[in-house]
Design a protein around this ligand. Structure first.
Ligand SMILES: Nc1ncnc2c1ncn2[C@@H]1O[C@H](COP(=O)(O)OP(=O)(O)OP(=O)(O)O)[C@@H](O)[C@H]1O
Ligand SMILES: [Mg+2]
Length: 246
């Protein structure tokens, strides 16, 4: 099997009790790629990501990561292997400081004990100077944009090979989304593989190499993002939510 495929999800099915949230999703991310997943509310995007990252155990299908079958591994084991997720809604520890949230991100590497983790922290803070200024601020008292920066930064502290981000733009102003999208594009250019789940399709398609449209727990469409961005059906279904001409 080709080793340039980092994440390879096949035939994924995921249930909550009797309810089927993901029916049959196959999706892959090659090393170095930025792949977008778009789809309407309730399509099964977050559930797919929970299945991929080990937060919910799939009821069928396979999750291969870096050539290893990780289908039944719990999330913490996947993090150690480099599969890191920034969850929808950020899930920070709001009463803890920015710094403590970042240290928790480095948990799989022993916190900040190693010189390597401290170097990672420096890199992450260079990427997000706003966080550097606010290391002692309570995470929950920061603006939505700052909290999303912190959620991404916390993910980066785990030194991912693949960073999965679920709903980057949630609750954020277009200007902030633009900024964060640029950060992701830069991280990807520097070699990080990214799977970006995003309802604002135009933002995601603008920086992705390849994209999947998820509907009713299945992959409805997929292709190079530039093609999907020009597809009238996709345009009508998703790009109506596009940012205004700004
Ligand atoms: N914990 C849960 N228990 C039961 N059903 C759930 C749970 N989480 C999600 N679902 C259901 O699974 C389906 C898929 O939801 P999911 O959150 O994966 O969609 P989504 O594409 O991420 O939507 P959104 O764009 O709103 O984030 C929905 O019908 C939802 O109600
Ligand atoms: Mg979701």
């Amino acid at each position: 099997m080709s080793t340039d495929i980092l994440l390879d999800i096949s035939g994924l099915e995921l249930r909550y009790g009797a309810a089927v949230a993901v029916r049959d999703i196959s999706l892959s991310v090659k090393r170095g790629q930025l792949v977008a997943v778009i789809g309407n509310n309730g399509a099964g995007k977050s559930s797919m990501v929970r299945g991929a990252s080990g937060l919910v155990r799939p009821s069928a299908g396979k999750v291969m990561f870096a050539g290893e079958d990780t289908t039944t591994l719990p999330a913490n084991k996947k993090v150690s292997r480099g599969l890191v997720m920034v969850p929808e809604g950020r899930m920070l520890f709001p009463d803890q400081s920015v710094q403590d949230n970042l240290i928790l991100g480095a948990y799989s590497h022993g916190g900040l004990k190693s010189a390597r983790s401290r170097a990672t922290l420096d890199k992450v803070l260079d990427l997000f100077p706003r966080l550097k200024e606010r290391l002692n601020q309570q995470a929950g008292s920061m603006s939505g944009g700052e909290q999303q920066m912190l959620a991404i930064a916390r993910g980066l502290m785990a030194e991912p090979e693949l960073l999965i981000i679920d709903e980057l733009s949630l609750g954020l102003a277009p200007k902030i989304v633009d900024q964060l999208i640029r950060v992701l594009a830069d991280l990807n250019k520097a070699g990080l593989s990214i799977l970006l789940v995003e309802q604002l399709a135009s933002y995601a398609l603008a920086i992705a190499d390849h994209a999947y449209v998820v509907a009713n727990g299945r992959v409805a469409r997929q292709g190079p993002s530039s093609e999907l961005a020009r597809d009238p059906e996709v345009m009508e279904a998703f790009l109506g939510k596009k940012k205004s001409a700004a």
